[in-house]
Design a protein around this ligand. Structure first.
Ligand code: SF4
Ligand code: SF4
Length: 82
């Protein structure tokens, strides 16, 4: 399990989450994605990034809203895991 960054981050990318992540597992995606992603194997599920995000883009994997489920695969893919 990991935390997942979803669509609200696209175009925002203020990196407030990066500042609070204790294991530095949040990375910038390639330019065409215009968002950040969480490396699922490095994330320790601490939840610190969730309240830090001004647009509520971050969810525990099991709680990702239905319309953004595709972002689960995207975070794994961007981390090179799929
Ligand atoms: S849940 Fe914790 S470890 Fe995972 S990305 Fe957020 S701040 Fe980092
Ligand atoms: S805090 Fe939210 S909007 Fe900002 S970079 Fe992180 S996930 Fe994206």
């Amino acid at each position: 399990m990991a935390h997942i960054i979803c669509e609200p981050c696209v175009g925002v990318k203020d990196k407030a989450c990066v500042e609070v992540c204790p294991v530095e597992c949040i990375y910038e995606a390639p330019a065409e994605y215009d968002m950040l992603y969480i490396h699922p194997e490095e994330c320790i599920d601490c939840g610190a990034c969730v309240p830090a995000c001004p647009v509520s883009a971050i969810f525990p994997e099991e709680d990702v809203p239905e319309q953004w489920k595709s972002y689960i695969d995207l975070n794994y893919k961007l981390a090179g895991l799929k």
